[in-house]
Design a binder for this molecule. Structure first.
Ligand SMILES: [Zn+2]
Length: 120
């Protein structure tokens, strides 16, 4: 349950302890609740993908076989896709549920566009 006062605070970008603002939502300040452990897990996955991508770069520098490089590159791509899927699920479970409760059609619309780009 969210009171009208809370909804107003959120519109103006007020930060309550359990809320944060998405760095990708600066123009339309959109604060919402996430599970911090889920977010941490996604950050860890991305860190592993960065390491993986660095190793792909080294493969090229070391003149490794192109077919092997391509296989590793596609592995990095699936890792990034999986991280995106996790974030999408997390966002559905928390933020979108909140947006629907608050009739926040702008946030839902924005997410729809992001899904379109992500699934391309
Ligand atoms: Zn979210």
């Amino acid at each position: 349950m969210t009171t009208e006062a809370e909804a107003k605070t959120m519109e103006t970008g007020g930060t309550e302890k359990s809320r944060h603002t998405h760095p990708h939502g600066e123009e339309a300040v959109h604060s919402h609740t996430h599970d911090p452990e889920e977010i941490r897990a996604i950050i860890n996955r991305l860190s592993r993908s960065i390491g993986h991508l660095e190793s792909v770069k080294r493969m090229l520098e070391d003149g490794k076989d192109c077919a092997d490089v391509l296989i590793q590159l596609s592995a990095v791509r699936s890792e990034i896709n999986n991280a995106g899927k996790l974030l999408l699920k997390e966002h559905m479970e928390h933020c979108i549920v909140e947006a629907v409760e608050q009739n926040d059609t702008a946030s839902i619309e924005k997410m729809n566009k992001a899904i379109d780009m992500f699934m391309k």
